[in-house]
Design a protein. Structure first.
Length: 119
């Protein structure tokens, strides 16, 4: 079951580096070794995630640990996106102010240049 799941995961990944790691994890599982050791040796995954996978393997609750890892990194991504959006909002307001200011100045320059036309 887990071998099929790892094969499916490998097929859906966009990163060749991570796909290679998943292949090594799959081979390790097929030979009876755990999941955490190949993940640790790869250096691609964060140490906290690898440690939580190891704890999940040892306690027999790998599915719960994987859900905890997913929840943690999901909340971390949400927090990062909120921070980036809070930084982007003032920048967009400033940019819009510059564009509107440029349009107003262009219109005023056109109005003032009408006075210079000879009649």
């Amino acid at each position: 079951m887990i071998l099929n799941a790892l094969q499916i995961v490998k097929g859906t990944l966009g990163s060749e580096k991570i796909a290679e790691v998943i292949s090594s994890v799959r081979e390790g599982v097929r030979k009876g070794r755990g999941i955490s050791e190949p993940l640790k040796n790869s250096g691609v995954f964060p140490p906290l995630a690898v440690h939580m996978v190891a704890v999940g393997e040892e306690t027999g609750k790998l599915d719960e640990m994987l859900m905890k890892i997913a929840d943690r990194y999901d909340s971390e991504v949400r927090t990062t996106v909120k921070r980036l959006l809070s930084l982007l909002e003032p920048a967009l307001i400033l940019l819009m102010g510059v564009v509107v200011g440029f349009i107003v100045i262009a219109m005023l320059m056109a109005i003032f240049s009408i006075n210079e036309l000879p009649f």
